[in-house]
Design a binder for this molecule. Sequence first.
Ligand code: GLN
Length: 432
Amino acid sequence: MSENIFITDETIAGDDDGPLAGKTVAVKDNISTEGVRTTCGSKMLEEYVPPYDATVVSRLKDAGATIVGKTNMDEFGMGTTTETSFFGSTDNPAAPGHVPGGSSGGSAAAVAADEADLALGSDTGGSIRCPAAFCGVVGIKPTYGLVSRYGLVAYGNSLEQIGPFGSSVEEAASLLDVIAGPDERDATTREPPGGAENDTDGKSYASAADGDVDGLTIGVPTELLEGADEGVVETFWDAIEDLEAQGATYEEVSLPSVEHAVEAYYVIAMSEASSNLARFDGVRYGHAAGEKGENDNWNEAFSQARKEGFGDEVKRRILLGTYALSAGYHDKYYKKAQDARAWVKQDFDEALSEADVLASPTMPVPPFELGESLEDPLTMYLADANTVPVNLANLPAISVPAGETDGLPVGVQLVGPAFGEREIIRAGSALE
Ligand code: GLN
């Protein structure tokens, strides 16, 4: 396991039978597993062992899956390369010497390297789709509210969803079938509209992977091609031609607001992170600084624990998020970002009234070389340009492998209307 895919190797057996019997699943290390440490890729939680399972983990066990380990990730999900992990970087099995993408890099790599049949990741601003694209596998970011977040360690809770990876669209969709659906422990979950009708033999999502795109209209947002790598764009257009040859039509559409999406996303994500990560104080959760009783000043003990427990990227985001939320700046940053978010949502709704699905390159660039982007957070943030708008709009999206440029994997992203998972699964399966 030279790629450093798993933080913790541990087999967790599921029930004897069920739709995933005989399947192995790798689980991102920010998803709680009872009795098995869950680190979030952080020194802060190096020894944290949750006393309960996340809802998605209970559902995996009930479905008969075998969990094979907890996968490497950017610390608390903050990154695009898996290099901000306290546990070191992960090599890309599909492009050795390159990053696997992030933040769910270990999960995508586990599927790409055949260390697991399937994997779970989480996507706050692209963290399932980016590593799927970089590792040449399929990843789905569900509509906000389709999958329970109970037991997912929160980073940007209004943006994120747990979702599946697989080596084919149908495989990934079969895992979505198991984890999707309302959970009384997460009040933001809901029954998809028309849920029961959509359900064919309990395999509603997997059965949609039938490759039938005859009559489908695809909107291509021109803004999401601007500034992208040439080889990536070429591979993208080849994929669109492939869909056209199968009876789909495409038209260019416009999402003018997306030029503000990265800024808005980072203000919102960092603000939520600064609040969500406040619980890691070395008392309630997390790494405790010094010897017991050594530090009798609460403020000092708190700041020491956080100084030692968090890495640089996490500290940067807590500081910026706290700043954006502080009195006097709240209206200037947080409120503005929320306005931009509403605008992005409206643009998507309009575009999706003209087209059945929207298509773009998942990532504007091929996978970075290991070590290349760590020193430059802004470049890393800008690489999220095509994925973060979808989280701001709470919509479903899939990344499907579309070929290579210079030997490096390229993914195509398909975005659907809210709870339109079946549409993007159908369109995605036509690319295989
Ligand atoms: N790269 C984005 C970020 O760093 C997305 C991360 C994610 O989806 N968890 O915030």
